[in-house]
Design a protein around this ligand. Structure first.
Ligand code: ASP
Length: 349
């Protein structure tokens, strides 16, 4: 794909607006193709995609594996509990094992920030062709989730042309545990790059004031921001105010596994202050969609009734859109491999 310059995909902070447009356009084409069951696209025939998830995952891992299979790649998956990791093998040696087996792409999830980037660096130093796709590292980054959320929103606002422009000038609320969320950080880069204004909403313990400076250029690892003009970022402590002016809202799971202090003791109070429900949306005259990356704590981030209301809650669309978005990423990464044959491009829809 011309213009695509990312060997590894580690952090959306490195993405330009054209990069978002490329991924969204390709994902939209894949989404409209009948590629379930036996009908697969031959694009990644002969390639090996290995999913190395050192942290639990339901959606991301299955969706990467389905995406790889729909492009005819071979798929190998790794589970820490049944691997030699439990015999003391290092993460790098584990990854090298998959490289030695011929993996073209490693999709990595780890609880520590920057593990995928360190691995990518090691592979580059060693002159390996294998590329790394970050499947979520600590609190830092979750690029494929940020992209599928972007696609879901763009598709909601403009189903015929789900491109970055669909987000221009929109106001998107992100509610809850922003502090521990790699999803929130990836969404901040993606949404602001497409011209959306983002309002982060939650108590100071979960949305510290310092987040107001998050988008100040240049992003980490870049000398200049690849996006010349981003949307604005604001912080709100009041969910009703946040909802009143918003075009869409995403709420986040309380990430108890990452909370080192007792940041929240009373979940009923949290739901009262920051939980979403039909009643609250009505009161705030909010008529946009509700998103959540999952897994959802019913009755905490949102009521069970709202989660089940598909006319408002786009959680299932997010899951569905994850497959074409990950197909697009795998396709682009394979296409940028200078040694292997380029995958056959998908036909326009
Ligand atoms: N599934 C997302 C992640 O891996 C969100 C979450 O776990 O709350 O970051």
């Amino acid at each position: 794909m011309s213009g695509w310059s990312h060997r590894h995909v580690l952090d959306l902070a490195a993405f330009s607006r054209d990069d978002y447009a490329t991924v969204l356009e390709l994902a939209h084409r894949f989404r409209s193709m009948p590629v379930t069951g036996a009908r697969k696209l031959p694009a990644l025939q002969g390639r090996l995609v290995a999913t190395l998830f050192f942290e639990p995952s339901t959606r991301t891992r299955s969706s990467f594996e389905l995406a790889a299979k729909r492009l005819s790649a071979d798929v190998q998956s790794f589970s820490p509990s049944s691997s030699s990791l439990s015999k003391g093998e290092s993460l790098l040696d584990t990854a090298r094992t998959y490289v030695a087996m011929g993996a073209d792409v490693l999709v990595i999830r780890h609880r520590c920030t920057d593990v995928p980037a360190q691995l990518a660096h090691e592979l580059d130093q060693a002159g390996e062709r294998t590329v790394v796709l970050n499947g979520g590292d600590g609190q830092h980054s979750h690029p494929s989730q940020g992209l599928l959320d972007l696609y879901t929103l763009a598709h909601h606002f403009d189903p015929h042309r789900p491109q970055p422009e669909a987000l221009q000038g929109k106001r998107i609320g992100i509610v809850g545990d922003v502090l521990h969320s790699r999803v929130a950080r990836s969404n901040l880069w993606a949404l602001s790059a497409c011209g959306a204004d983002v309002v982060l909403c939650g108590p100071p313990s979960l949305v510290p004031d310092a987040f107001a400076d998050f988008l100040h250029a240049p992003p980490p690892g870049q000398t200049v921001d690849p996006v010349p003009q981003r949307g604005r970022l604001q912080i709100s402590r009041n969910l009703d105010e946040c909802l009143s002016g918003a075009d869409a809202v995403m709420t986040l799971r309380l990430q108890k596994e990452r909370m080192t202090d007792h940041l929240l003791t009373d979940l009923d109070r949290y739901h009262r202050d920051y939980g979403l429900s039909h009643e609250r949306l009505r009161r705030c005259a909010f008529s946009g969609p509700v998103l959540h990356p999952g897994p959802v704590n019913r009755g905490v981030e949102m009521s069970g009734a709202l989660l089940d209301d598909r006319s408002i809650c786009l959680v299932e669309d997010q899951v569905r859109n994850g497959i074409p978005i990950r197909m697009a990423l795998l396709y682009l990464m394979a296409a940028s491999d200078p040694v292997a044959d380029s995958p056959r491009p998908p036909a326009p829809s």
